[in-house]
Design a protein around this ligand. Structure first.
Ligand SMILES: [Zn+2]
Length: 441
C-alpha cells in the first residue's frame, strides 16, 4: 500500500516536472517565433540543384527557413543581415567526428584518457564543439567516444544552450569485440577498466543486440560498430576482420528495431564487404575497399565516409615522434591506398559523404579535407554536396538539414570568394548561423 502511494506520488511529481519543462520550452519558442531575420545573399550555393544562384533573400522565423528566393519582399521590422558580397551555403556537416574525447592530444594515444576523469574529459571537449561550429560545421555525426555517454552529455548541453557547438548526433559508445578497434587496449590482463571504458564490448550476436538495446535506451542517435582492426589502437591490426557477419547483421537488425542506422568502421576489404552485406548505412574509412566492395556499395546505396585528409596529420605527428610507433606502422601506405580507392569509388558512382575523423587532426580544421576531395577527383560542387545534402541523407535528416529550403533549419554559413572556383575558401568561413542564431560574424 505504502509502495503504491509512493508510486502515485512519484507519478504526480513527474507530471509536474513535465508540465514545467513543456512550459519552459514554449517560453523559449515564443521568444523567437515572431522575430524575422532576412539574409541578403550575393551568391548562394543551391546544393540540391547543383548550381550557384545570385541575389537571393532568405527569410528566417523561429530558427527555420520560411522562404527563399530572388528579390523576396522583406517584412517590416525584420533584422537584415547583409551577405551580399559573400557566398552563402548551407551549414556544413561532418559525418565522422569524435568531439567528446577531450583536448586534442598531439600524441594520439588513447591511454591519455586514463589520466583524466570523465568530467574533465567532457569539459575539455567544450572548445572542440565551439571551434567546430565556428569553422562552419553546424551539424556533426559523432561516431564514438572512449568514455561512454560523454557524447550524449555534450550533445544535450549544446541543445540546452549551455555551450556553443554543432548539432550533434551521437553513438554513445563503440560496439567492438573485446580487445578490438574500439576497445581501450594495451593493459596487463589483470587490470580492470571502469565500466565506461568498456561499455560497448560485445562478443556474440546476442551480446551485440544487448549493447544496441542498452544504447538505444540511453538515447543515442545511431550505432557505431567496428568491423575491422584500427590504425590508432594498440594491439590492433587494420587488416583483421573483427566482428563476424552474424554479429554485424545482429547490430543492423537490432538497431532498425529502434529506428537507428548503423555505421561501420572498416579498413580491410573483407570487413568492409561483411558490413555492406549486413546493411550498414555507411562504411567509415573504407581504406582498402576492393572492386567487389565498390560494386556492392554502389548497388546497395551504402555511403563511403572516407577521411582522406587524416594521413597529413598522422605523418606530421610522426615527424615530431609524438605518435606511438605501432600506430605509424599501421598507417604506413594506408593513406595513399585510401586516396586511390576514393577516386575509384567516386568514378564508379558510389555515394560519398564528408567525414574527417576529427580528433585525429586538430578540431576546427575539417574543411581542409575539401581540397583533397577535389584533388582526388570530385568537382567542388560534389565536395560541397558530400558535406551538405549527401550528409543529411546519410543521417536520415534530409527533411530538415543539408540545404537551404523552406521548412529546414536556418543553418547558414558564408565565405568570401567563390568556393566553386577555389574550394579552399571553405577553410575561411566568416559567418555562421545555426538554427537562426548567429555564432560568428
Ligand atoms: Zn573515428
Amino acid at each position: 500500500m505504502r509502495a503504491m502511494a509512493t508510486t502515485v506520488l512519484r507519478g504526480i511529481v513527474l507530471i509536474l516536472f513535465w508540465a514545467l519543462s513543456v512550459r519552459a520550452e514554449q517560453g523559449v519558442a515564443q521568444q523567437t517565433t515572431n522575430e524575422v531575420i532576412a539574409i541578403r545573399a550575393g551568391k548562394l550555393i543551391d546544393v540540391d540543384g547543383g548550381r550557384a544562384v545570385a541575389n537571393q533573400v532568405i527569410l528566417i522565423r523561429g530558427g527555420k527557413i520560411e522562404a527563399i528566393g530572388e528579390g523576396l519582399a522583406i517584412p517590416a521590422g525584420a533584422t537584415i543581415i547583409d551577405l551580399s558580397k559573400m557566398t552563402v551555403l548551407p551549414g556544413l556537416i561532418d559525418c565522422h567526428t569524435h568531439l567528446a574525447d577531450g583536448a586534442h592530444d598531439d600524441n594520439g594515444d588513447p591511454m591519455s584518457q586514463l589520466k583524466r576523469t570523465a568530467s574533465q574529459v567532457v569539459l575539455e571537449s567544450i572548445p572542440n564543439a565551439r571551434v567546430t561550429l565556428e569553422s562552419g560545421f553546424t551539424t556533426v555525426r559523432d561516431v564514438g567516444v572512449y568514455r561512454a555517454l560523454n557524447d550524449l552529455a555534450l550533445r544535450d548541453a549544446i541543445n540546452k544552450g549551455y555551450v556553443a557547438g554543432p548539432r550533434m548526433f551521437v553513438a554513445g559508445a563503440y560496439i567492438t569485440i573485446t580487445g578490438g578497434a574500439g576497445a581501450m587496449t594495451g593493459f596487463a590482463p589483470d587490470i580492470t577498466l571502469p565500466w565506461d571504458l568498456r561499455y560497448g564490448e560485445a562478443n556474440s550476436p546476442w551480446e551485440v543486440r544487448q549493447k544496441v538495446r542498452q544504447l538505444a535506451h540511453d538515447g543515442v542517435d545511431h550505432i557505431k560498430v567496428l568491423s575491422t582492426g584500427a590504425v590508432l589502437t594498440h594491439g590492433s591490426n587494420p587488416n583483421a576482420s573483427e566482428f563476424t557477419p552474424e554479429e554485424l547483421q545482429a547490430a543492423v537488425s537490432e538497431a532498425s528495431n529502434f529506428g537507428l542506422r548503423v555505421e561501420a568502421h572498416a579498413h580491410a576489404p573483407t570487413g568492409i564487404k561483411n558490413a555492406i552485406r549486413a546493411g550498414v548505412a555507411s562504411i567509415e574509412h573504407a581504406t582498402l575497399i576492393d572492386d567487389e566492395g565498390i560494386t556492392m556499395a554502389k548497388e546497395r546505396g551504402t555511403y563511403l565516409d572516407m577521411d582522406i585528409y587524416d594521413e597529413e596529420c598522422i605523418q606530421e605527428a610522426g615527424k615530431s615522434s609524438h605518435i606511438p610507433l605501432d600506430f605509424l606502422e599501421h598507417d604506413r601506405n594506408l593513406g595513399e591506398a585510401q586516396r586511390q580507392r576514393f577516386t575509384k569509388a567516386l568514378r564508379a558512382g558510389v555515394k560519398m559523404s564528408f567525414g574527417t575523423d576529427a580528433g585525429v587532426c586538430p578540431y576546427g580544421v575539417a574543411a581542409r579535407q575539401f581540397a583533397f576531395m577535389v584533388k582526388y577527383g570530385m568537382t567542388p560542387m560534389q565536395a560541397i554536396q558530400s558535406a551538405t545534402s549527401s550528409a543529411a541523407d546519410l543521417l536520415g535528416k534530409a527533411d530538415f538539414l543539408g540545404s537551404l529550403k523552406p521548412g529546414k533549419y536556418a543553418d547558414v554559413i558564408a565565405v568570401d570568394g567563390d568556393p566553386l572556383a577555389d574550394i579552399r575558401a571553405l577553410e575561411r568561413v566568416s559567418f555562421v548561423m545555426k538554427e537562426g542564431k548567429i555564432y560568428k560574424q
